[in-house]
Design a protein around this ligand. Structure first.
Ligand SMILES: *Cc1c(COP(=O)(O)O)cnc(C)c1O
Length: 384
């Protein structure tokens, strides 16, 4: 089996499984309880929080544990919007190619009377700090721009956008779910106020994530209940998952540079090889691209058919976001960068990790051209 869908989720590493199992066996107590064994669980939680904070150059009390990237995005955006409304600021800036956890939250706010401005994305999948600067108004309460796009892998100039927002006094949130473990994150140097992470995108467990909130940035809780997470997120902490997340983040950050070299080589071979297919177009930027991301459109086919045929060859891929895979509407990301409907439905995304090999790449480069040719021939008997 060849797994090339790491943007959807990643395999948990043995070290992470071991850390989680040890915790489930030994420190399964409620960290809020008073007796000694529970205090060991509280200590393990503190340790994980400090290690995660260190990976981001944050302080431990700026780390809020959530159920994942979606919840972190929701909480960051809603909290800031509510705080904005209290001072008459109801204008929010974002982009048209954010994850649905961001876009659907913004749509909800729009229905509640907020004004949401989605910046146009350049055809290479990147927006500029100058675009953000031009869009900021007196009543802007939030700028939310993702660090790296989950479908086309394009990397945004987060530090520059952060600097603009800081100068103008506007809160800046970034969805860094796809960046974590692949790109350096330094919340201080990059002027980030709020940042979302999800463990299962960097070889940790599902259902656990982080909302980083800079000291002084108001965060309102979405989940009412106990006083966990300093009153910012109720519910007994998922200690094993949090410990697994800390191990996974440390592991992926410590291997970042060696993995980047390896992945970039494999990625560029795939892009070069698949670009030979007639009428193939690369989606996203060649230069500012996640090391493991490949996304091309083949006009005249449906990406879903290609994904299903590749599955028969034991190759796991995607058309783009797993969240849109259930619906046959074309990807909002590809439409946002100006792809035609026909191109947008013919997309194939390959997202690699360090377990992928040269043999995997060779196999994909053998399989895809033939399958695309076959799909184009079958469609209405016309040979494209
Ligand atoms: C996967 C993903 C999310 C959602 O994270 P979950 O932990 O699955 O809720 C949000 N944003 C981006 C960019 C993602 O890739």
């Amino acid at each position: 089996m060849i797994y090339m869908d790491n943007a959807a989720t990643t395999k948990i590493t043995p070290a992470v499984i071991q850390a989680m199992c040890l915790c489930m066996e030994n420190t399964w107590y409620n960290p809020s309880s008073l007796y000694a064994p529970a205090q060991r669980a509280a200590e393990a939680l503190r340790d994980a929080r400090a290690r995660i904070a260190a990976c981001l150059n944050a302080s431990p009390d700026e780390i809020i544990f959530t159920s994942g990237g979606s919840e972190s995005d929701n909480q960051a955006i809603l909290s800031t919007a509510w705080a904005g409304a209290r001072t008459g600021k109801r204008h929010i800036i974002s982009t048209a190619f954010e994850h649905h956890a961001v876009l659907h939250t913004l749509e909800k706010l729009e229905r509640e009377g907020y004004e949401v401005e989605l910046l146009d994305v350049h055809f290479n999948g990147i927006i500029s700090a100058a675009q953000v600067e031009r869009a900021i108004r007196e009543d802007t309460c939030l700028v939310t721009v993702m660090y790296a796009n989950n479908e086309i892998g394009s990397i945004q100039p987060i530090s520059e956008i952060g600097a603009v927002c800081r100068e103008k006094g506007v809160t800046f949130h970034t969805d860094a779910v796809q960046a974590a473990g692949h790109l350096p994150i330094d919340v201080k140097a990059q002027n980030i106020d709020l940042l979302s992470l999800s463990a299962h995108k960097f070889h940790g467990p599902k259902g656990i994530g982080v909302l980083y909130a800079r000291k002084g940035i108001p965060v309102t809780r979405l989940i009412e209940g106990g006083e966990q997470e300093r009153g910012r997120r109720a519910g007994t902490e998922n200690v094993p998952a949090i410990i697994g997340m800390a191990a996974a983040l440390e592991e992926s950050c410590s291997h970042m540079s060696e993995n980047t070299g390896k992945l970039t080589t494999l990625r560029d071979q795939l892009i070069a090889g698949l670009s030979q297919i007639p009428r193939a177009v690369l989606n996203g930027s060649l230069e500012n691209r996640l090391p493991g991301n490949v996304n091309l459109s083949f006009a005249g086919i449906e990406g879903e058919s290609l994904v299903l045929l590749l599955d028969r060859h034991g190759i796991c891929t995607s058309t783009g976001s797993a969240c849109t895979a259930q619906s046959l509407s074309p990807s909002h990301v590809l439409l946002a960068i100006g792809r035609t409907h026909c191109e947008a439905v013919g997309a194939l995304r390959l997202s690699l990790d360090a377990n992928n090999t040269q043999a995997d790449v060779d196999e994909v480069l053998r399989a895809v051209p033939e399958l695309v040719k076959g799909l184009r021939r079958n469609r209405s008997g016309v040979v494209w």
